[in-house]
Ligand binder design. Structure first.
Ligand SMILES: *[C@@H]1O[C@H](CO)[C@@H](O)[C@H](O)[C@H]1NC(C)=O
Ligand SMILES: *[C@@H]1O[C@H](CO)[C@@H](O)[C@H](O)[C@H]1NC(C)=O
Ligand SMILES: *[C@@H]1O[C@H](CO)[C@@H](O)[C@H](O)[C@H]1NC(C)=O
Ligand SMILES: *[C@@H]1O[C@H](CO)[C@@H](O)[C@H](O)[C@H]1NC(C)=O
Ligand SMILES: *[C@@H]1O[C@H](CO)[C@@H](O)[C@H](O)[C@H]1NC(C)=O
Ligand SMILES: *[C@@H]1O[C@H](CO)[C@@H](O)[C@H](O)[C@H]1NC(C)=O
Ligand SMILES: *[C@@H]1O[C@H](CO)[C@@H](O)[C@H](O)[C@H]1NC(C)=O
Ligand SMILES: *[C@@H]1O[C@H](CO)[C@@H](O)[C@H](O)[C@H]1NC(C)=O
Ligand SMILES: *[C@@H]1O[C@H](CO)[C@@H](O)[C@H](O)[C@H]1NC(C)=O
Ligand SMILES: *[C@@H]1O[C@H](CO)[C@@H](O)[C@H](O)[C@H]1NC(C)=O
Ligand SMILES: *[C@@H]1O[C@H](CO)[C@@H](O)[C@H](O)[C@H]1NC(C)=O
Ligand SMILES: *[C@@H]1O[C@H](CO)[C@@H](O)[C@H](O)[C@H]1NC(C)=O
Length: 764
């Protein structure tokens, strides 16, 4: 539920870096002369770089004085290099850690680059043991970067902060031994670590991030011997199990504790309530049992972020309890809260993120509930409960509103400032309130499956940012507005009572990718316009959705809810009263994966150009009055896995030698003059004809049939799923790095980018 923000945050972060870096590095009028040895060491590093898209290293040859090189800082008196910051430069090539030979280097940051190799020279012990390096950041410095061992680290005796997030360290099984005892901040997130030794001497640690590893072990003892100064402990997503010892909660300075997404079991120690400094707590997605109650939180007066989602323990909170804390973030999704919304939640007046979806809530305290949801949230998610309230007189002020799958009734609520609203699967009635036309930031609206009626107001065209409009499965009537918001990507008006003709302007929406007007009373012909505007013809198919937003999709003869972050192009005009021929240009929408024109009164033939719709997976032309032969070019549609041509007037032989034969007869029945596999053989005359022109004898026909299927399947699977896998791999890499940052970010999302500013912005 946070993923959309993560991506946004990555972008923003990159933008931020891109802009600040430029400013930060421009004061180079110092009159320091660079040390020759330092200069040579820097040049060795430069030799490894094969690509430097922002030309950061140009000055590394034009300027004589290496202290004036971009990213380099020297000490004013000794002129020795003390700091090197080349983060976020998309540098490619080899990361040569000969840099560690810079005797006075104190701060080295090579994070967020695209290095593809690391070279760690064997440096004489005495050189490094004098190391002054205190800060080392190699996080996300390249995709798939790995290190065989970390032995070189043990020599960095002054090191205080080590950040290797995203580096593959799976070969290093003794990484703890290599850590210098001086360390106070250790970040090894997503390093593919598989072992964690039970003892270590890291008693100075203040910050520990070992998340997203695969330890498959219990909590190591040394964690409990940490000094009382430990303030940040992130062990999430690390395959840890066993019970949580009481002593973990002796660390009175702990501010941030994330144990989520492990397999911890047993009950939650009530000494948790002693962590008075705690501001962030996440223990969700574990196997804890027992109950949790106000005693666990008794003294947590500083708590601001509480994540307990996906937990099976029982929640037993005294209805009179008033917490000492005021939360900013409360995440209770997929928990068992009992039928009543816990009263203590009403006491929280600073919430910016509230997720109590899928928590079994049926009853709420009407007045307090209305005040609660009227709050000014970044995210308000109460979906998938059974809340049965009339909220028509409530003004919702949140940016993201998710109330899907409840029993809300009455008219739609008033909205202001909303960007995203999902009220689908409820019992709302009435028409779209006039106030909704002023929602200047709205980009997503989902009203699927309610009892709404009335006409769609023409003023909706003023919602210039609207990208997804799902009004399906309601009782809307009237004509489809001629002017639709120009940024629409998804238009779903399915299962309503719209009438009149399809406005040609719909096909002028240049980002349109999903058009579903099925099951209405639309008449007239499909507009004869140029279809070459929409996304559905572009070779670069893209759209901007990244969240887990579900959209109703009907394809391959079934209903699905699919995730918007996987682009799918759809045209579904089925079950209307459309007449006339199918415009030839419709078959030029080469990105379309689902085309459904069934149950209309369409006439005419299928053009050869249908063979160009290479992405077609589901084609339904059934129950029309189409005629003529099925074009041979359809045999090239190798992703096609659902086909329905039935109940038309097609004639001749079904093209052979491809997976067109892999569909069963029901795909073709109801065409009296259509023949050939999988339908009965054509009569002799036709067969001879086919024999002569196609020149196929039995064996090679079979062969090509199987070949056709095989290739179709292989291409289909790897072309579609394969690329997804690859993409996902990248995505996770970045998600892992940013998800927690994002967790904290959504509260500052609306223009306040504090977190970025605090993070290592180079100062000029
Ligand atoms: C070093 O020189 C820079 C630029 O002249 C100056 O801003 C900075 O304060 C100096 N630092 C010290 C420690 O003197
Ligand atoms: C990542 O590294 C693994 C093994 O080190 C290798 O098999 C894989 O091909 C690499 N992937 C990429 C995209 O470089
Ligand atoms: C923890 O500290 C105690 C004494 O302070 C020591 O006896 C024990 O060996 C330490 N355990 C580990 C795992 O370092
Ligand atoms: C911890 O330090 C002590 C002495 O400083 C040493 O004897 C012991 O081996 C160290 N333990 C580990 C696990 O490094
Ligand atoms: C909290 O700590 C105090 C000592 O500081 C201890 O007496 C008490 O039992 C602890 N509370 C819980 C709930 O563990
Ligand atoms: C919920 O927690 C269980 C373990 O209790 C885990 O297997 C599952 O993946 C978690 N689900 C999510 C969506 O995190
Ligand atoms: C909806 O909530 C119930 C529990 O109330 C849960 O079992 C189910 O998985 C949830 N469905 C979704 C789609 O989250
Ligand atoms: C919609 O925008 C037009 C101009 O773009 C404006 O004249 C009209 O008043 C707006 N309608 C509403 C309901 O805001
Ligand atoms: C669309 O097609 C028309 C005519 O076929 C052509 O004039 C126009 O340039 C095309 N537009 C695009 C964006 O390809
Ligand atoms: C379809 O349109 C014809 C006229 O074009 C009309 O007679 C008929 O009633 C319409 N059918 C439906 C179901 O609207
Ligand atoms: C099919 O075509 C034949 C002649 O080509 C025509 O007589 C018949 O009415 C058509 N059937 C339909 C359902 O259009
Ligand atoms: C093709 O025609 C030849 C004779 O022209 C005949 O022997 C053969 O059986 C025919 N093949 C098929 C598949 O009908």
């Amino acid at each position: 539920m946070v993923s959309s923000i993560s991506q946004t945050s990555i972008l923003l972060l990159l933008l931020f870096y891109a802009s600040t870096f430029q400013k930060g590095m421009s004061n180079n009028l110092r009159e320091v002369r660079c040390n020759e040895k330092d200069r040579q060491t820097l040049l060795i590093f430069k030799q490894g770089i094969v690509r430097d898209p922002y030309n950061k290293l140009v000055t590394w040859s034009s300027e004589k004085d290496c202290c004036a090189w971009k990213g380099v800082q020297c000490d004013n008196t000794t002129s020795r290099v003390t700091k090197l910051d080349l983060s976020t430069q998309s540098l490619e090539g080899e990361m040569n850690l000969a840099l560690l030979e810079l005797e006075f280097l104190n701060h080295l940051d090579l994070s967020m680059n695209n290095f593809n190799a690391i070279s760690i020279p064997s440096i004489p012990n005495d050189v490094i043991s004098d190391s002054n390096l205190q800060y080392l950041d190699l996080s996300l410095s390249g995709y798939n970067l790995s290190m065989d061992n970390l032995n070189w680290l043990s020599q960095l005796s002054s090191l205080k902060q080590l950040d290797l997030r995203g580096t593959d360290l799976h070969k290093e099984t003794n990484w703890l031994l290599a850590m210098p005892p001086s360390l106070s901040n250790l970040y090894l997130r997503d390093c593919q670590l598989t072992s964690i030794s039970p003892s270590a001497n890291l008693t100075s640690l203040v910050t520990v991030d070992l998340s997203y590893n695969n330890f498959n072990s219990e909590l190591p003892c040394w964690l409990f011997n940490l000094s009382n100064d430990i303030s940040h402990l992130d062990l999430s997503w690390s395959s840890l199990h066993g019970e949580i010892p009481l002593s973990l909660f002796n660390h009175q300075n702990l501010e941030y504790l994330d144990l989520s997404h492990n397999m911890f079991s047993g009950s939650i120690p009530s000494s948790l309530g002693n962590l008075t400094s705690l501001t962030f707590l996440d223990i969700g997605s574990n196997s804890f049992s027992g109950t949790i109650s106000e005693t666990h939180f008794s003294r947590l007066r500083n708590l601001e972020y509480l994540h307990l989602s996906n937990s099976s323990f029982a929640f037993h909170f005294n209805p009179e309890w008033v917490p000492l804390f005021q939360l900013k973030v409360l995440d209770l999704d997929n928990t068992n809260q009992g039928a009543k919304l816990p009263s203590w939640i009403y006491t929280q007046k600073s919430l910016e993120y509230l997720d109590i979806s899928s928590s079994g809530i049926t009853f709420v305290d009407e007045d307090r509930f209305k005040r609660l949801i009227a709050g000014n949230y970044f995210m308000l998610d109460m979906s998938n409960n059974s809340i049965n309230e009339d909220i028509s007189n409530v003004m919702l002020n949140s940016s993201f509103i998710k109330l899907r799958h409840n029993n809300f009734s009455g008219r739609l609520p008033q909205l202001s400032n909303v960007q995203y609203v999902d009220l689908s699967h409820n019992s709302f009635t009435g028409s779209i309130p006039p106030g909704w036309q002023n929602l200047n930031y709205l980009f997503y609206i989902n009203l699927w499956s309610n009892k709404l009626f009335g006409e769609v107001p023409v003023e909706l065209s003023n919602l210039t940012r609207l990208e997804v409009m799902n009004l399906g499965k309601n009782e809307f009537y009237g004509t489809i507005p001629i002017n639709m918001p120009q940024n629409l990507q998804v238009v779903i008006l399915r299962y309503n009572h719209f009438e009149g003709s399809i406005p040609p302007q719909l096909f002028n929406l240049s980002f349109l990718a999903h058009l579903d007007l099925a099951h209405n009373k639309l008449s007239g012909s499909i507009p004869q316009v140029t279809y070459n505007i929409t996304q559905m013809v572009r070779s670069e198919f893209s759209h901007s959705f990244v969240d887990d937003d579900l959209i109703n999709l009907f394809t391959k003869g079934q209903d699905y809810e699919y995730n918007l972050k996987w682009p799918r192009a759809t045209v579904d005009l089925s079950a209307n009263n459309l007449t006339g021929e199918i415009p030839l240009e419709l078959f030029g929408l080469i990105q379309v994966q689902t085309l459904n024109l069934s149950y209309n009164h369409l006439i005419g033939t299928i053009p050869k150009t249908i063979g160009g719709m290479k992405n077609l997976e589901s084609l339904d032309l059934s129950n029309n009055k189409l005629f003529g032969e099925i074009p041979q070019t359809m045999t090239t549609l190798s992703f096609l896995s659902y086909l329905n041509m039935s109940c038309n007037n097609f004639t001749g032989q079904i093209p052979i030698g491809t997976q067109l034969q892999s569909f069963d007869a029901s795909s073709y029945i109801g065409n009296p003059e259509l023949c050939g596999a999988p339908l009965p053989k054509c009569n002799t005359e036709d067969n001879n004809h086919g024999n002569a022109t196609e020149n196929t004898d039995g064996d090679s026909e079979k062969e090509s049939l199987y070949l056709g299927m095989g290739v179709g399947f292989a291409v289909g699977f790897w072309g579609f799923c394969g690329s997804l896998l690859l993409l996902r791999k990248w995505r996770h890499k970045y998600y892992r790095f940013f998800d927690r940052l994002a967790d904290q970010l959504y509260v500052t999302y609306m223009g306040k980018f504090n977190i970025f500013v605090n993070r290592e912005a180079p100062v000029s």
